[in-house]
Design a protein around this ligand. Structure first.
Ligand code: SAH
Length: 252
């Protein structure tokens, strides 16, 4: 999905911003950068230093004379705008845009362009009207214009979250845990038995008056989606607690 997303910059005037965009893209796993009529050199000391190691994106970037050329093969073009325009256009929030990406990127020849404007004057109405939809990053209404590379960073992050969500079914930190490292249902059940036994042994838990204690603890641990290694640490703590409290382990 990320390979099918192109970042298009129109009329950029600061090499440092182009470098900052390359860095933001590479951080989030995007690689397709197109520059429309840049108003500055692309490869400079400034752009290379702001790219911080992502300068291969600058060397690979395609330069086009017009927006039409840059998005000719795109199946969806979305223009990023800091201001609302007089003619209302389909508007998306960054999250709504991200929600559409998995479907939009499904076909093998699908290409999505995210189009960004000039530092001083943004995108013209004519350029915005070449886009299927507009995206606005919610900001302070009195100070709505982000730095170009910062705007790219926000949308690139949303693209990555949508991709993570699609690849792992959840868009949070646990999405990076491969499923064979997660504790299995059986391992969790063994842990819960051990936990209950220990809590009874140290007189914290009275099985005759359970008050949903075990259910609440289950909910806590299941929410954390522990890895096998973490489960082993927790079981080790229980064994040490039993030993310190002179609780005999059950006969096998
Ligand atoms: N001064 C310009 C904004 C330039 S910022 C103006 O008033 O339009 C450079 C580019 O970053 C913008 O053209 C837009 O593509 C993007 N950008 C900046 N802030 C944004 C925001 N809040 N939402 C969406 N895109 C934004």
């Amino acid at each position: 999905m990320l390979e099918r997303i192109r970042i298009v910059l129109i009329g950029t005037s600061h090499p440092g911003n182009i470098g900052g965009v390359a860095r933001a893209m590479h951080n989030m796993g995007l690689a397709d950068l197109a520059l429309v009529a840049p108003r500055c050199e692309v490869i400079t000391q400034d752009s290379i230093s702001r790219a911080s190691g992502a300068d291969h994106l600058l060397h690979q970037a395609k330069v086009h004379a017009t927006l039409e050329d840059a998005v000719a093969d795109c199946t969806l073009a979305v223009g990023a705008s800091a201001r609302s325009r007089t003619l209302p256009w389909p508007m998306l929030s960054p999250r709504e845009l991200a929600d559409r990406l998995p479907t939009e990127c499904q076909a093998a020849d699908a290409r999505v362009a995210l189009v960004f404007g000039r530092e001083d004057s943004g995108l013209t109405n004519a350029e915005l009207q070449r886009c299927h939809a507009h995206v606005h990053i919610p900001t302070n209404a009195d100070f709505s214009s982000l730095n170009l590379a910062a705007a790219v960073q926000v949308l690139a992050y949303e693209c990555r979250m949508a991709w993570l969500n699609q690849a792992y079914g959840q868009a949070d930190a646990t999405a990076t845990v491969p499923s064979d490292d997660l504790a299995t249902h059986a391992e969790l059940e063994r842990y819960f038995e051990h936990l209950e036994r220990t809590l009874i042994g140290i007189d914290f838990h009275d099985p005759d008056q359970p008050r949903q204690l075990m259910a609440r603890l289950r909910r806590l641990y299941l929410r954390a989606r522990p890895e096998r290694m973490e489960m082993n640490i927790l079981r080790g703590i229980l064994s040490a607690t039993e030993k310190a409290a002179n609780i005999k382990p059950p006969k096998p």
